[in-house]
Write a protein that binds this ligand. Structure first.
Ligand code: COA
Length: 170
């Protein structure tokens, strides 16, 4: 564990705090681009999804999710580059850190947990990030993720936001 940062599985009782945090992050960073009209809904995981929270000084200060990656998007770009893949794909997402807790390794610790869970499941890991989210892009590249192409992230009634797809080698 990084000093002062606890990473643990998200429980139902964390969701209100995560939703409040998401609204704060959206105000500052415009993440997520879908907006935060329904932050609880945005945090809902599918049946096979998993999520973790970071706790710093007793407060929920960050969040990451891991779930199956559907066809299209990053998976299509991965297959175009590397051909077919026997392993199932999983996608990392819903990553955000409280502005007050940034720059001390919280996102790195969250990602490490999600990556090790995905690898234990034998999955090829991918993710998508908006081109505007430069801090996140630097984080992924710093941690060894490889950019595998560009795509448009479709929001709401069809607005397109330029995005990049990344995969974790190995
Ligand atoms: C991106 C984000 C999650 C990073 O959180 P964080 O806890 O501050 O990141 P960490 O402290 O773990 O940083 C780890 C590495 O990422 C890179 N990094 C993170 N933030 C950075 C920034 N603002 N500028 C440059 N590099 C940055 C650095 O390489 C850093 O390593 P270093 O400290 O050894 O230099 C946070 O800024 C955030 O919540 N942004 C808004 C939401 C978002 O864009 N989510 C992306 C979803 S795809």
């Amino acid at each position: 564990m990084n000093e002062g940062i606890e990473i643990r599985p998200r429980v139902d009782g964390d969701v209100d705090a995560c939703a409040r945090l998401l609204v704060e992050v959206h105000e500052r960073d415009g993440y997520p681009v879908e907006g935060v009209a329904d932050p609880h809904g945005w945090l809902v995981l599918g049946d096979t999804g998993r999520a973790w929270v970071a706790v710093v000084e007793g407060n929920v200060a960050g969040h990451v999710g891991l779930g199956p990656a559907g066809d299209g998007g990053a998976v299509e770009l991965w297959k175009a580059r590397y051909g077919s893949e026997e392993r199932p794909f999983a996608s990392i997402g819903r990553l955000f850190v409280a502005p007050a807790a940034r720059g001390r390794g919280v996102a790195r610790a969250l990602l490490e947990r999600a990556v090790s869970a995905g690898r234990r499941q034998g999955r090829q890991l991918v993710l998508e990030v908006m081109e505007k989210d430069r801090a996140a892009i630097r984080l992924y590249e710093h941690l060894g993720w490889e950019c595998i192409g560009r795509l448009d992230h479709v929001v709401g009634a069809g607005a397109r936001v330029p995005a990049l797809a990344y995969a974790l080698p190995g």
